[in-house]
Ligand binder design. Sequence first.
Ligand code: IPM
Ligand code: MN
Length: 373
Amino acid sequence: MKYKIAVIPGDGIGPEVTNQAKKALDAVAEMYNHIFLYEEAQLGTAPIETEGNPLPEKTIEVCKNADAILFGAIGDPKYDQDPSLRIRPEQGLLTLRKELDLYCNINPVKVFSQLIKNSPLKREIVKGTDIVVFRELTGGSYFGKKELSEDGEIATDISTYSVHQITRITHRAFKAAQGRRKKVTLIDKSNVLETSRLWRKTVTEIAKTYKDVKLEYLYADNASKKLILQPTKFDVILTDNLFGDLFSDELAVISGSIGVLASSSFGEENAIFTPVHGTYPEAVGKDIANPLASILSAAMLLEHLGLTEEADAIERAVEKSLDLNITTEDIKGKNKYPAKTSKVGDFIADYILNQEDSNLNFINMHAGQSTII
Ligand code: IPM
Ligand code: MN
């Protein structure tokens, strides 16, 4: 089959890791007889510099016409250090979310057994953690009216939610829970925020129509403790845009797998797949960033296209690279001969193509141990 994939490498290490994901997709295309037509589009810092706009019209068009979108990362230290800059790379991503109405951000937090040792938490606490965060992505303080008073002394971000916005993501979260451990935890601050009270009321009503799913409520401050103390107690987390941003990152770190976690964002028409990690400016151009999150984003993308077997092939290759410790320095440590970003990508692509006859020689070649040639 033929598929159109919009590719947005973005900023920082985005281009380096996205290239590895493309290698994996190319291997899948060859192995399973598909054609992936990539169309590259710009978002973030580069188009600000060339045309003063973090999200060119062309990018929106490319994304709308694609079957799925693969995205790298966004942001730049230059903008982080200067809050007075009015045009910012992140605006590009936020506008894209709005344009495509990508309201449902899904962050699966999986603990890879090979990576538990990298968790800052004790093994017995983190082992068995399997959570999916459903983060609303088009509302809240991210998109409300923003103001800075003329004298620069008072700033305002308005947070707004409608029943419609809450309803559509709630159904997605409950449906997902039905296929999992049948529990949804709504995280909010309904003891303080009006928007949270609307979330509680709306979600409680909808929950009545999913009799097999248990709904629990947690205040966000309490949740920030519980997630660290007992992450295995959670199944599906449902929350708004800002809380979802924070908790997704917290969970990614405690899983020990931040370099490996991918996420997806859905609207009714479009879907975007992206690593959970950011731009990692210190690593740019050094070929050291972990490409597995981007590669697994590509696997999620295939799953979305209905290519389950193909997605599995990528996931198996990733597991193999972790088993064999063909991994970058964030996982392996600087002093233990970590693999370069591009080498991990090569291994994954080779494994997809050769797994049936994954002979020792092939593995040795990649693991950089002995070569029997
Ligand atoms: C994310 C990112 C974005 C967000 C930034 C880059 C605007 O952190 O996708 O989680 O805050 O939503
Ligand atoms: Mn974030």
